[in-house]
Design a protein around this ligand. Structure first.
Ligand code: ACM
Ligand code: ZN
Length: 660
């Protein structure tokens, strides 16, 4: 084969791999392209490539020193009226050039505008995590998401393969993991979790679950690799392991099934089990990175377990955090001895982390900053920007979600490198990742609704230069890609009908109490302080989530009790305030609200008492209530509002005491 024939073959293969001949994308018109993620540099020239023999007129060169960023995947794409010329730093760069070409090409005519693009990824880790434990997702579904990831130039699919709700990967040595721990009573996670949390033998009538065979996973790994995507498997430890510790109860501290989420770290059998499992995992997944969980361990049983205590004594470990750290380091060393790199959620820093481990910062941006400044390579995936189990619009228009509110614009606003880091520390931030936890995501169409278009924004954060972000331009491109993916059968959120944040939160409200002092007869909770002592009179209503820094949370004895000082006696005609309910995180409407007024701060006159039966449900609910004069105003300087939760206890949240 001559060099030219070889090049046209390569071009033809790339076209097929990129889906160009099968599914051409919407036209990019000069200066208004629809490429996501936005290329580092794009310059339209006049004219268009109109020939039908695209792969015959394409030339692809691999030019190893082309990469400016040092991150694999860079390319230059030059389209003239007669030719398509790709120079790529490596084969992944050529693949990404094809994705860009696909996005530029008019689907109806095949016409491509003449353009010069120089492009390179900002981060090496551009990830998406799919939870397949809480609900089980088919291989076909995973392949469809891999296709979409490839188009978005994402390159890591992290599979959360194990959790209490079900073990999802075949392990020859421990058959109960898939014949028992992969099956449960209750197809919906919430029915199982809020019910008896029973596991069932495979084949039991009504058992819900599933697992992937090794063969299926090897094929999936290959499918992903052909699209320059690495599958990073996650095996949870030391916690989130109820399913393992019920199938193999001898690996827990007391040996009792259905009692533990954490492995016993005092037992050598635990390490033998985990190393055997990881050995089989490494045989399936060639990924450099193996995720070993590390999040949310209760650590309670360890404090009382003689074997855990003996381990702590023998190893000179000061506390249970150091005991966890011992386990994570020991398993990390095992992986390193096999040439792999451990990855863990940011709690692996507790008690000290192995400097070679990659930290996945989920609890906050600050945790990522701490990890990077401490020298660990870090993937940023903070809940505030990267958790797709949240509502992306008005909750009343969407299926029940875990909670929260993360609109497309907020994902797009994420800057993964905190400004306080030095250049060396900043270089430790190796990427970003979106996570789809699936407690409240039972079906494949529902999962796609949660992912798209938010994954477009994550992809642009991960790939495109930090400078030059423009949300309006991005949203226009996102609308085009939504339409395209919908035409291909994906269940995409209807971005064109997005409502945005809660209408009340969109503009400040003027009222008599704005800026007035609030006396707290019972304290607010410091985690949900919102603006602190001024939050309830700052003129700002809260949005769709209590976590947005505008809602103030009260949990101390389940009550809110505040007095607003208007500064002088005034004529008051109404006092009103909003409450919200989202039952998952135990946020409830109050069972009783009492509003009273006083001119001297001592003698209060009750204006209104509102009682309500609090009912658990799946919805996110907002109510506005208060006292409204039927005609006559009252003279008052002090307004006291008391609210208490009902029999469920939990939180009371309010955002503003509006006095008129
Ligand atoms: C996590 O969300 N527990 C990592
Ligand atoms: Zn123990």
């Amino acid at each position: 084969m001559t060099k030219n024939t070889l090049l046209s073959c390569l071009a033809a293969i790339l076209c097929v791999a990129a889906g160009i001949s099968v599914l051409p994308l919407r036209a990019g018109t000069p200066d208004e392209h629809s490429i996501i993620p936005r290329p580092a540099s794009i310059h339209f020239t006049s004219g268009a490539f109109t020939h039908s023999d695209l792969s015959g007129r394409m030339r692809v060169d691999i030019v190893p020193d082309i990469s400016h960023s040092g991150v694999p995947g860079s390319y230059i794409l030059r389209i003239t009226s007669d030719s398509v010329i790709v120079s790529a730093g490596d084969s992944s760069g050529a693949f990404y050039a094809m994705q860009t070409l696909r996005a530029l090409r008019d689907p109806a005519t095949g016409i491509v505008p003449c353009v010069e693009i120089e492009d390179a990824p900002r981060f090496q880790w551009r990830g998406f995590m799919q939870d397949v434990s809480r609900h089980f997702f088919s291989i076909e579904y995973l392949k469809r998401q891999i296709d979409a990831m490839a188009r978005l130039k994402l390159n890591v699919l992290h599979l959360h393969l194990t959790d209490a709700a079900g073990w999802r990967v075949e392990i020859d040595r421990y058959p109960l993991l898939t014949s028992f721990a992969a099956w449960r009573e209750g197809a919906l996670w919430k029915d199982w979790w809020f019910g008896d949390r029973k596991y069932l033998p495979e084949g039991t009538s009504g058992a819900y679950g599933g697992y992937y065979t090794k063969e299926e996973l090897r094929e999936l790994v290959q499918y992903a690799a052909e699209r320059y995507i690495t599958i990073v498997p996650e095996i949870e430890m030391p916690s989130h392991s109820e399913e393992v510790l019920t199938a193999y109860p001898e690996l827990s501290c007391t040996g009792e099934p259905y009692r533990h989420s954490d492995f016993c770290i005092g037992k050598e059998e635990t390490f033998e089990f985990l190393e055997n499992v990881l050995t089989e995992i490494m045989e399936i997944f060639p990924s450099q990175y193996i995720h070993i969980g590390g999040d949310e361990a209760s650590k309670k049983a360890w404090a009382e377990c003689p074997l855990c205590q003996a381990r702590m004594k023998a190893e000179g470990l000061a506390d249970v955090d150091e005991l966890q750290s011992y386990m994570i380091r020991r398993i990390g060393s095992f992986l390193e001895a096999h040439g792999r790199t451990p990855v863990g959620w940011d709690e692996i820093l507790q008690g000290g982390a192995d400097s070679a481990a990659v930290v996945m910062a989920w609890r906050s941006v600050e945790e990522g900053e701490r990890a990077a400044s401490g020298g660990n390579r870090t993937v940023m995936t903070p809940g505030a920007y990267c958790y797709f189990d949240t509502y992306q619009d008005d909750p009343s228009t969407l299926p029940t979600a875990m909670g929260g509110y993360l609109p497309l614009s907020e994902v797009y606003s994420f800057e993964p490198v905190p400004s306080g880091l030095s250049p060396d520390e900043a270089a430790k931030i190796i990427g970003v990742q979106a996570n789809l936890w699936c407690e409240y995501v039972p079906t494949e169409p529902h999962a796609e609704l949660m992912i798209y278009p938010r994954l477009y924004a994550l992809a642009e954060v991960a790939w495109s230069p930090a400078s030059g972000r423009d949300y309006e331009d991005f949203r226009r491109r996102a609308l085009a890609l939504c339409a395209q993916m919908e035409a291909e059968g994906y269940n995409v959120f209807d971005l064109a009908r997005e409502v945005g944040d809660r209408p009340a939160a969109q503009s400040p409200v003027e009222h008599l109490a704005r800026g007035c002092k609030v006396i707290y007869n019972a304290p607010y909770n410091s985690t949900y302080a919102a603006g602190g002592d001024t939050a309830l009179t700052d003129g700002l209503h809260g949005g769709w989530t209590y976590g947005d820094g505008r809602w103030q949370g009260f949990i101390s004895r389940g009550r809110l009790d505040v007095t607003v000082d208007l500064g002088q006696v005034q004529d008051v005609r109404s006092v009103e305030l909003d409450f919200m309910q989202v039952c998952g995180p135990e946020v409830f409407l109050p069972a009783e609200v009492v509003i009273s007024a006083s001119s001297d701060g001592n003698e209060f006159q009750e204006l209104r008492r509102i009682t309500r039966e609090v009912v658990r449900d799946d919805r996110v609910t907002f109510v506005t209530g208060g006292w409204y004069t039927g005609g006559q105003s009252v003279s008052a300087r002090y307004i006291r509002v008391q609210a208490r939760s009902g029999s469920y206890g939990g939180w009371v949240f309010t955002d503003e005491i509006v006095v008129r």
